[in-house]
Design a protein around this ligand. Structure first.
Ligand code: IMP
Length: 191
């Protein structure tokens, strides 16, 4: 089975392709000629995941999926949430995003947070949503050099390390994206 992933993020494609069974061949949007930034203008993760998947489906007519992720911090009423990529600036400036988040948490005692991923799958023209959540807390400073985004300041529940200290397979086993992808795979395998 061939699935197009509506993403240009090499880290994300690598994480997801490691999880998929060999029977699924993953093609990036770029490989099917879609190189422009796909609009993410919805105000929820579900809305953005659907926007991106529909964008690919309308142009290719092929089975595809998209994911959208947010880091939801309790003391900030769920921010940065759907705005996680553009929290500090208009671009995807991960370092500036981390700096802003640490500043906004300086006077807070509750540092609990969760990563939430929503995957929208379009298969044979039908839409399906899958959610994955990992709970944890925001560290006081960056730790570790792996991963991307907010990995260096997020420690998942019951672990003693940040996501940026983990091998990819270990992160995938407990992460928001890993959990949402596991649901996607279960669904695909039943098709
Ligand atoms: P996206 O919707 O998957 O592109 O994620 C939006 C933003 O959330 C990214 O730009 C990252 O800042 C952050 N993010 C998403 N997934 C992860 C992750 O696995 N680790 C750390 N940050 C992430």
């Amino acid at each position: 089975m061939e699935l197009i992933i509506a993403s240009a993020n090499a880290h994300k494609i690598e994480e997801i392709s490691r999880l998929l069974p060999k029977s699924v061949s993953l093609t990036s949007a770029k490989e099917v000629g879609i190189t422009e930034d796909i609009p993410e203008t919805a105000d929820t993760l579900e809305g953005n995941a659907l926007l991106k998947a529909r964008y690919i489906y309308e142009r290719t007519g092929k089975d595809c999926f998209a994911d959208d992720t947010g880091l939801e911090v309790t003391a900030l009423n769920g921010a940065p949430g759907v705005h996680s990529a553009r929290y500090a600036t208009d671009g995807h400036d991960h370092e500036a995003n981390i700096d802003l988040l640490l500043r906004n948490l300086e006077d807070k005692t509750d540092r609990t947070a969760q990563f939430r991923t929503v995957i929208a799958l379009i298969i044979d023209g039908n839409e399906h949503l899958f959610e994955g959540i990992v709970k944890g807390e925001i560290l006081h400073e960056r730790v570790g050099a792996e991963g991307f985004g907010y990995d260096a300041i997020f420690a998942a529940e019951n672990t003693n390390e940040s996501f940026a200290q983990m091998e990819l397979d270990k992160k995938n086993a407990i992460s928001h994206r890993g959990r949402a992808t596991a649901k996607l795979i279960d669904f695909i395998c039943l098709q």
